[in-house]
Design a protein around this ligand. Structure first.
Ligand SMILES: CC(C)(COP(=O)([O-])OP(=O)([O-])OC[C@H]1O[C@@H](n2cnc3c(N)ncnc32)[C@H](O)[C@@H]1OP(=O)([O-])[O-])[C@@H](O)C(=O)NCCC(=O)NCCSC(=O)C[C@@](C)(O)CC(=O)[O-]
Length: 337
């Protein structure tokens, strides 16, 4: 478990966090949906391929343009993703929708390429402990492996996205220095990643630690090269997000119904829920072109299948009260009119 004992002291934050300035939030935010991959990978009950395909189709129908659909990892490590070939081969691809997939090595890359993927993601960790558990190698070895993937993918004309996991804290090593994350981010961009998603894998970040992280990472990457990937374990997802958006970052990862978690990060809860994110953005006056009613129905579809309540507060709160997307947007936007 994440050890607070590793903090020698809690330093006073010299610059208090200001939530009032939302003027730097971009007018358009790209939502990168990770539900079918990050959301499902931790589910113990195997989700049949046709349910996964239906979920992806519903997300696309709701207006999501980037849907991380599966991953080409070792089935010995993550059984839930063992049908990745079937998922990608049977996907009804909607024009204008991107269906990226994470790959841990060249083996996964070549299988994914056979399935005509257009974008792959590589995912080193910010900590040694998590790298060993998640990838069975050191951070340095993983970067070498991922570089081989990135170089080959760029050569083949595919887009490559980078992730860094455990950007604030690691379940095995404790707090992580922002300088370490900046260094890995820089390496991923140098390898050819078009953007790097900063993953607070166990959700220990706060607006303050995210600010400190971004001040460091923005020394090596411009805001348009970064994405934010928050798990909501401590209920800090949306405040962390606002902290990040104020730096001008325009891409946010989220998961339908708040599904998610990593098998190698025990205790980590789901990702920031896509329904909560879309509602939040409408409240800021950011139009996402995503239909919240369809999104809410999609969240219920997958939660019902999994037999558990949705983790999205917006989904729970709005429930059946609103039949029209515009009605929901009016509720979300009441504070800006
Ligand atoms: C990296 C490895 C492969 C090393 O695993 P390993 O056991 O060291 O690898 P290996 O090369 O020794 O191979 C072992 C066996 O797996 C096979 N294998 C090997 N690779 C593949 C592949 N790609 N596809 C299919 N099969 C594969 C390989 O062929 C072999 O099969 P055998 O010869 O024994 O029959 C493994 O540790 C792995 O797959 N790890 C991925 C774990 C994972 O998916 N974690 C979750 C994603 S990361 C995450 O969720 C965080 C993120 C990104 O969301 C950000 C955040 O939340 O903050």
């Amino acid at each position: 478990m994440y050890s607070f004992a590793k903090y020698k002291c809690i330093k006073a934050i010299s610059r208090p966090y200001m939530l009032r300035n939302v003027s730097k939030v971009a007018s358009e935010i790209r939502i990168y949906e990770v539900g079918p991959r990050d959301g499902l990978q931790n589910e113990s009950k195997f989700v049949p391929t046709d349910i996964k395909l239906e979920l992806i189709n519903r997300l696309a129908a709701a207006g999501i343009k980037d849907i991380e659909s599966t991953s080409f990892v070792s089935p010995k490590w993550i059984k839930q993703m063992s049908d990745s070939v079937d998922v990608m081969k049977n996907l009804k691809r909607v024009p204008g929708v991107n269906y990226p997939v994470p790959v841990p090595n060249l083996k996964g890359y070549y299988i994914a390429k056979e399935c005509n993927v257009e974008e792959v993601a590589i995912f080193p960790a910010g900590s040694e402990g998590f790298s060993q558990k998640n990838l069975n190698c050191s951070v340095k070895e993983s970067l070498q492996r991922f570089k081989e993937v990135a170089v080959q993918a760029v050569r083949d004309g595919l887009r490559v996205r980078g992730y860094v996991s455990c950007v604030v804290g690691c379940p095995y090593d404790g707090p992580i220095s922002p300088k370490v994350i900046a260094k890995i981010t820089e390496e991923l961009l140098d390898m050819g990643c078009y953007e790097v998603s900063l993953g607070d894998t166990i959700g220990v970040g706060t607006a303050g630690s995210i600010q400190r992280l971004l001040r460091e990472v923005l020394q090596v990457a411009s805001p348009d090269k970064l994405a934010l990937h928050f798990h909501d374990t401590y209920g800090q997802g949306l405040s962390n997000l606002l902290a990040g958006l104020e730096f001008g970052i325009k891409t946010v990862d989220s998961s339908i119904s708040g599904l998610g978690g990593c098998p190698y990060a025990r205790g980590a809860s789901g990702n920031l829920a896509t329904e909560d994110l879309v509602y939040f953005l409408y409240g800021l006056g950011v139009n996402t072109n995503i239909d919240l009613v369809q999104l809410i129905e999609t969240g219920r579809y997958i939660s019902n299948f999994l037999g558990k309540p949705t983790e999205s507060k917006v989904n729970r709160a709005l429930g059946d009260r609103f039949k029209s997307h515009n009605d929901i947007v009016k509720v979300a936007a009441c504070d800006v009119n």
